[in-house]
Design a protein around this ligand. Structure first.
Ligand code: ADP
Length: 153
């Protein structure tokens, strides 16, 4: 089944939203396949935010991601990449729909609580960047028969 990367940014840690945010994904039915705290580095963020390297705020967003450790999470479920991204809401939290994480908990373009992978291809690259293979766990999700019909998975 599809896997995606979620990062709880320093804004989630400092605002004590870790449990609240993770609970939303658990309640949705997504399986937590990997979870750990780590301190990001400038070099890792150069890779992670390479698509923003020419933007004037590049160093600033990298700094904001290093203020505290972050929590990285691998979530698995049917269409997990687009489901998780939709639950996060649009980048600018001021425009994010109510009911999304950014829409409910933030007011900023930069301090927007979570990172989520934006495509299946990028999810695979990002998961390999943040997790060693042995840090991603396969186990039976007991609720599975009540989350999906047989022909959906
Ligand atoms: P997303 O996180 O929604 O996938 P991007 O990949 O475009 O968005 O940007 C990565 C992160 O960089 C955003 O989540 C946000 O924290 C920050 N960012 C993006 N654009 C801006 C901006 N114009 N001003 C400040 N921070 C920004």
């Amino acid at each position: 089944m599809e896997k995606t990367l979620l990062i709880l940014k320093p804004s989630a840690i400092q605002r004590e939203l870790v449990g609240t945010v993770l609970q939303r994904f658990e309640r949705k039915g997504l399986r937590i396949a990997g979870l750990k705290m780590m301190q990001l580095t400038d070099a890792l963020l150069d890779e992670h935010y390479a698509h923003l390297k020419d933007r004037p705020f590049f160093q600033r967003i990298k700094n904001s991601m290093m203020i505290t450790p972050v929590i990285v999470c691998c979530l698995e479920g049917k269409e997990a990449v687009q489901v998780v991204r939709k639950m996060a809401g649009t980048t600018n939290a001021c425009n994010a729909e109510q009911g999304t994480i950014r829409g409910d908990f933030a007011l900023s373009m930069q301090e927007n609580i979570v990172h989520t992978s934006d495509s299946v291809e990028n999810a695979a690259v990002e998961l390999a960047r943040f997790f060693a293979p042995e840090e991603i766990f396969e186990y039976t999700q007991n609720a599975k028969p009540f989350l999906y019909a047989n022909d959906e998975v």
